[in-house]
Design a binder for this molecule. Sequence first.
Ligand code: ADP
Ligand code: ADP
Ligand code: ZN
Length: 208
Amino acid sequence: MKTTIVLLGPPGAGKGTQGEKLTDEFGYTRLSTGDMLREAVRNGTELGKKAKEYMDSGALVPNDLIINLMKEKIAGIKGGVLLDGFPRTVEQADALAEQLDVDLALNFDVADEELVQRLTQRRSCPNCNAVYHLVTKKPAKDGVCDKCGAELYQRDDDKEATVRNRLEVYRKNTMPLIDYYKKKGTLVTIEGTGDINKIFEQVKKAIQ
Ligand code: ADP
Ligand code: ADP
Ligand code: ZN
């Protein structure tokens, strides 16, 4: 089974959703740079203060901040690891390659208009980072996390104007990673539209 997995794909492609399922079923350690950064912002740490402005506008946080953060986190991990939202630039991918061999880059392909619809209707748990959708993945009780009972919220960067900016940033900075991992022979692309559990069946095949 693959042990070092990078989740690739535009914002809203389902990286968090499928990553959560992989973690629940197979016990990977999931490292989400977005979740870490949001926690740093909530806690008002130095990192959070530096990252906030970039995140609010939908821009990428500078490479050096992210690379240092991930180096430390990755160093502490034993067993399978799932990287969600990192790397997002070629510079980050090169830094990662110095530390770890990625054995699978799972790329989720979803059309732009579906992404906008998904992100603007996404609701997130500030406590356990579970993700929901107002229509396609409703919590059992409106506005409440199924997993931990915390109150769900809409991320500031999930408003439509910021979403469109994030898609541009993705195209310019992160899409080149598809070719990057294709050249390394580790890329698997999965059609990310349709039933969440059916997509997960494809994901399970890819990690074997
Ligand atoms: P999504 O899950 O919707 O793709 P994330 O939660 O991964 O979004 O990221 C939210 C924001 O955090 C990004 O728009 C960016 O500002 C910042 N961020 C997350 N990961 C990285 C990264 N690897 N490099 C630079 N910025 C990042
Ligand atoms: P990412 O981590 O790539 O930004 P998420 O996993 O957070 O994406 O998914 C974005 C939104 O789309 C969430 O509201 C999620 O519930 C919803 N979603 C995820 N997968 C699907 C799917 N296959 N069909 C419909 N909605 C989905
Ligand atoms: Zn929760």
